[in-house]
Design a protein around this ligand. Structure first.
Ligand code: SF4
Length: 353
């Protein structure tokens, strides 16, 4: 039992090891004897969502525990592929990467070399009084593509004979990108519906965790009163534009708009103002509808319909690239807000560097 394989299950060597065992993936997904591997797989995903990092297993490894751990990685990848949400895939990849990176920085030179070789990075270790590395500039460019900050720009590197010299800390940061890319590669996998339905129990649990995260996040920005109209999904922008152009909204369109605005935390009076331009505007009726949909009367706050229902109503309009990855207008907005916040904080970091 080679510990390297369970510590770094993304390695080709680990995949080959699993393929060489006399166990089919159908058995791991279905058989009772592999339920602990499936639970660990689900936990990998849940920990990535909730804690931002997959947690290592603590116990000593006997053969069954070794197998449970090594099988859990491919099963986790199948689970996230069944759910197939961009946000989840990114969260999962990040959580796995953090776990492996934490391990990597404590490893011996020999083990690190095995991992770098698997990542097919062209590098050299330069022995000086401090550990320095050099990496071929083509690998450097592809691995630093998503790293922000002036310190990563090629023009700020020492380039000699096609290689860039880096101190250990920066070199490891680049390795982290290599690991992330390797984990992300091929996700979402092309998995059969039969696999997904066998894993349904775990998928439902993860969907609940995702929804919980989303509503907590929504609650946060509601509390802070953050409303970014330019990040509204196209369908909502279209409905607002219809009203501005003096068009009356159908009942489902009205319901969608009120429930969307109420769910993102817009105050009742502001929602009312949105409807003021509608030709059929009646203040009392509008107020009643807002109260009803936002839970002021019934105690139940309604959410807008899902994207598929919006399509059947004919009010899913002007879809953009984000729409391809979401199933709900609120998810669209959550994602757009989060990405913008991330971009802002990266820009801030860049300015500070
Ligand atoms: S796909 Fe969804 S979010 Fe996008 S426009 Fe249609 S309903 Fe709105």
């Amino acid at each position: 039992m080679d510990k390297l394989l369970i510590d770094y299950p993304f390695l080709d060597q680990a995949r080959e090891y699993v393929q060489g065992l006399d166990v089919e993936i159908e058995e791991i997904i279905d058989k009772k004897s592999f339920s602990s591997a499936r639970s660990r797989a689900k936990n990998r995903v849940v920990q990535a969502i909730q804690q931002g990092q997959v947690k290592p297993i603590e116990s000593k490894l006997n053969k069954p525990k070794f197998l449970k751990e090594i099988f859990s990685y491919p099963v986790a990848r199948i689970i996230v592929s069944c759910i197939d949400k961009n946000y989840l895939i990114n969260k999962y990849v990040h959580g796995e990467t953090e776990l492996f990176y934490d391990r990597l920085i404590k490893e011996s030179e020999k083990k690190v070399k095995k991992i770098i070789d698997d990542l097919e990075i062209d590098y050299k270790l330069i022995k000086t009084n401090k550990r320095m590395y050099s990496i071929h500039f083509t690998d450097y460019l592809s691995l630093t593509r998503s790293l922000k900050g002036k310190e990563w720009k090629l023009t700020n590197q020492r380039l000699k004979d096609g290689y860039i010299s880096l101190e250990e800390k920066k070199f490891y940061r680049i390795l982290k990108e290599g690991i992330k890319n390797k984990i992300k590669k091929d996700l979402p996998l092309d998995v059969s519906d039969a696999y997904c339905s066998k894993l349904n129990k775990y998928i439902e649990e993860i969907n609940e965790v995702l929804e919980e995260q989303r509503s907590r996040y929504r609650h946060e920005y509601k509390k802070e009163g953050i409303i970014e109209e330019n990040l509204f999904p196209p369908c909502i922008k279209e409905l607002i534009s219809d009203i501005k152009q003096g068009k009356n909204l159908s009942h489902p369109a009205r319901f969608t708009l009120v429930s969307f605005l109420s769910n993102i935390g817009m105050e009742k009076n502001r929602i009312k103002q949105v409807f003021e331009l509608a030709p059929d505007y009646e203040p009392e009726k509008t107020e009643y509808q807002i109260d009803h949909i936002s839970g002021g009367l019934s105690g139940t706050e309604y959410t807008p319909p899902s994207c598929s229902t919006m399509k059947t109503y004919g009010i899913c309009r002007n879809e953009d690239w984000r729409c391809k990855k979401v199933q709900h207008p609120l998810s669209y907005y959550d994602w757009a807000l989060k990405s913008t916040e991330k971009e802002k904080s990266e820009e801030k970091d860049e300015e500070e560097n």
